[in-house]
Design a protein around this ligand. Structure first.
Ligand code: PNW
Length: 461
């Protein structure tokens, strides 16, 4: 039996746009994802999240499912444009009421709410008025929105995540353009990331000064990072793997833990990488009470040789591999999920140790980990998801090994509570512990949900 500390946080995660639906109900304003998904060709079969899991109407049933599963925590995000339909100005009280009800219901059922303030559904009005994340002034808009959330929900919410995966907003939203706002650029990712870090710093500053002393909560950020394993034992490949991790997670975590971007990024990017002002970095440094990590896969990394054609076909570098001089690949022996993400549990362990060593052993929470499997439209196939059970067992075992190696891992959130709108992939990629029939809305627990509940009940497996 592998046992975990009794106060280890076992949870499941979701995000507003992926589950809520009701995109024009009760005064919600549009987000960049409503706009992006309405452009023909941007998403699978032009699917959008107008209905999604209809969680906006079925939240009570969904909390009952969490209760049944024995979840200790539920990570969800707030839709900014439900609270401020145009991003700022007058508060939409009906939007506030929805989250108040959800939070109260969770607490009534002994499930701790972990709230993400921003999970990609940026208000369309601010995108159009201000150019979104490219405008430095956007940091103040984030702070204004976050302040309202702390004021209205912080009496009950004591676990805050400012941003979900700024790497994705920067690289996939402003580099490859595969996610909203769909911009394609080699330089904008670095600007968007910079403003997101500044926004994070301002949100945390407001929380710490105005709310944390009385509300006593904790606040952090959720960064995503895969593991990069050197393709060979050569010094060049080892350095390439290290550099790939630096361009991935240290891009965001070094400013927060060490006070500036990694030297490898500065060296390679020069002026293309923005510089923090003294005021910015004063707010950003030490601005996370815990390390939130979303982790999905592992890739092999090798030094790109001078003259090689760099084509980021497996997308692991968000389309700007040449900035890193790193070429990524996969070991063909690795089993893959429906996202074509390789299943490599030992990569998770190595990453947890690498992060702990680099950032001096912070408390870490895995804020997302999970897998999509094929053929699960059919509920009868979905409920026999033994491969997902194997996936979770493998990764949770790797977490256990990391803890034994000294990593201060304090919690784990499965992605995701139920099948939902997988962004540009529409409803084809199913990550849920619970199956959702998108015609009727019916939820059905998969075997993985039952396995996970048993693990929570037993405190291990
Ligand atoms: C995360 N990558 O997205 C998000 O936080 C979730 O909303 C999403 O549903 C989940 O993981 C599964 O995709 C990612 O290309 C998207 O490295 C892309 C990448 C990583 C995470």
């Amino acid at each position: 039996m592998k046992t975990f500390n009794p106060d280890f946080v076992w949870g499941a995660a979701s995000s507003a746009y992926q589950v809520e639906g009701a995109t024009t109900t009760d005064g919600r304003g549009p987000s960049i994802w409503d706009a992006f998904s309405s452009i023909p060709g941007k998403t699978y079969h032009n699917q959008n999240a107008d209905i999604a899991c209809d969680h906006y109407n079925r939240w009570q049933e969904d909390v009952a499912i969490m209760k049944e599963m024995g979840l200790k925590a539920y990570r969800f995000s707030i839709s900014w444009s439900r609270i401020f339909p145009t991003g700022r100005g007058e508060v939409n009280e009906k939007g506030v009421a929805f989250y108040n009800n959800l939070i109260d219901e969770l607490i009534k059922n002994d499930i701790t709410p972990w709230v993400t303030l921003f999970h990609w559904d940026f208000p369309l009005a601010l995108q159009m008025e201000m150019d979104g994340l490219l405008n430095p002034a956007i940091a103040d808009e984030f702070a204004n929105y976050a302040k309202l959330c702390f004021a209205r929900f912080g009496d009950r919410v004591t676990h805050w995540i400012t941003l979900n995966e700024p790497w994705c907003s920067a690289m996939l939203g402003h580099g490859m353009g595969s996610k909203a706002p769909g911009r394609v650029s080699k330089d904008e990712p670095y600007i968007a990331a910079h403003n997101l870090l500044r926004a994070h710093g301002k949100m945390v500053d407001i929380y710490r000064r105005e709310f944390q002393p009385t509300q006593k909560g904790m606040i952090g950020i959720a960064n995503n990072c895969d593991w990069r394993e050197p393709k060979t034992d050569s010094e060049l490949d080892k350095k390439a793997a290290e550099r790939a991790l630096e361009f991935f997670v240290s891009w965001f975590a070094d400013p927060i833990y060490l006070g500036d971007y990694p030297a490898s990024m500065r060296e390679r990017l020069g002026e293309r990488l923005p510089t923090f002002s003294d005021e910015d970095i004063a707010l950003i440094k030490n601005s996370s009470d815990f390390f939130g990590l979303n982790h999905y896969t592992t890739m092999l990394a090798e030094q790109t040789h001078e003259g090689d054609v760099v084509e980021d076909t497996i997308r692991g570098n968000g389309g700007i591999s040449e900035d890193q001089m790193v070429t990524l690949s996969k070991d063909p022996s690795w089993e893959q999920t429906d996202m074509e993400w390789s299943i490599v549990p030992w990569g998770c362990k190595k990453l947890l140790i690498w992060l702990s060593e680099r950032y001096n052993y912070p408390d870490i929470y895995i804020t997302e980990n999970g897998c999509a499997l094929p053929d699960e439209d059919d509920v009868n196939i979905a409920i026999n998801d033994t491969r997902r059970v194997d996936f979770y067992r493998g990764y949770i075992d790797a977490c256990h090994q990391a803890i034994e190696a000294g990593v201060k891992l304090k919690g784990y959130f499965a992605w995701t509570l139920m099948d939902n709108y997988e962004w540009e992939e529409g409803y084809t990629k199913r990550f849920g512990l619970n199956h959702v029939d998108f015609t009727t809305g019916k939820r059905t627990p998969k075997q993985s949900a039952i396995w996970y509940s048993t693990l929570i009940k037993d405190g291990g497996f």
